[in-house]
Write a protein that binds this ligand. Structure first.
Ligand SMILES: Nc1ncnc2c1ncn2[C@@H]1O[C@H](COP(=O)(O)OP(=O)(O)OP(=O)(O)O)[C@@H](O)[C@H]1O
Ligand SMILES: [Mg+2]
Length: 271
């Protein structure tokens, strides 16, 4: 039996709106991720996908609920202790808009090496240059570009810098929040290829947030469907697309013409 890598239990996130009122962005969401699995998270804008992703990545504290990673309850770490804990290295986040998340004054090599300088062992710190070059290579960023600043790179290259930074510590889990939505279709396909190769080479698991149901269908093993902060449907990718149970999921699936087309083709019928 494959082991559970991540488990979220009854996660709630309330954002205060003032005068004692709040917005419940995530409402009692529970799920499990097995080691090696790609878990897709879909849902309309504002459904709480990014909030859930940031909670799991420990970038945002939850209001209620527990996140377990590799059998450890992440909430039981105090801030300082957690910073040194293994989970801090093992869970990395990849963002939607690399230009906003990359320090504009740092060259690519310094950006990619940042986690090593903050969290690395003395051994890793003394090998920073080598580890950065290796991560860049794995991420498809030519090492000749390591001296460039973010604004000197293309969108696709910036996405690869962000990816290299995420894998440089050899994490177990990547939380990817719309990592390719700023890219055009062909660049997106290349980055997705790199992601799938990295997953196999480095034995990674992914939580992959996206609006793009075609993409999620291509890469995920299992899917969570969120609506208004709640988990409305969950299932393995083929059965969820073939026979969505919830009206909301059916709507999402039906709203994607190319996907509708592909379903017909798969069934062997003329469109
Ligand atoms: N820091 C915050 N303070 C207050 N409200 C927030 C904050 N972050 C998110 N929200 C609200 O929480 C809800 C969920 O937002 P979230 O960003 O998680 O949605 P999403 O599913 O990622 O949407 P999108 O697909 O547009 O990225 C939204 O109503 C949003 O306005
Ligand atoms: Mg979002």
């Amino acid at each position: 039996m494959t082991e559970t890598l991540l488990e979220a239990a009854a996660i709630v996130k309330d954002f205060p709106l003032g005068r004692g009122r709040h917005l419940r962005a995530v409402d009692h969401v529970s799920f499990k991720l097995k080691r090696g699995e790609v878990l897709g998270v879909v849902g309309e804008s504002g459904s709480g996908k990014s909030t859930l992703a940031r909670i799991v990545a420990r970038l945002l504290p939850q209001t209620e609920g527990t996140v377990w990673f590799d059998k450890a309850n992440l909430a039981s770490y105090s801030g300082a202790r957690f910073a040194r804990a293994k989970a801090r290295r093992d869970i990395q986040m990849v963002f939607q808009d690399p230009l906003a998340s990359l320090n504009p004054r740092w060259r690519a090599a310094k950006i990619i090496g940042d986690p090593i300088r903050r969290l690395g062992t003395p051994d890793e710190k003394s090998n920073e240059e080598k580890l950065v070059a290796e991560a860049a290579e794995r991420s498809g960023l030519p090492v000749s570009l390591l001296n460039s600043f973010p604004h000197q790179l293309s969108g696709g290259q910036r996405a690869r810098v962000d990816l290299a930074r995420a894998i440089v510590m050899r994490p177990k889990l990547l939380i990817l929040d719309e990592p390719t939505s700023a890219l055009d279709a062909s660049l997106q396909a290349h980055v997705i290829q790199t992601l799938m190769k990295l997953r196999a080479d480095l034995d990674l698991s992914y939580v992959f947030v996206t609006h793009d149901l075609n993409l999620i269908r291509l890469i995920s093993d299992r899917i969570l469907v969120m609506q208004k902060g709640k988990l409305v449907e969950e299932g393995d990718v083929d059965s969820l697309f073939a026979a969505p149970k919830e009206a909301y999921t059916r709507e999402l699936v039906a709203a994607i013409p190319r996907l509708g087309q592909r379903r017909v083709d798969r069934a062997g019928r003329a469109p």
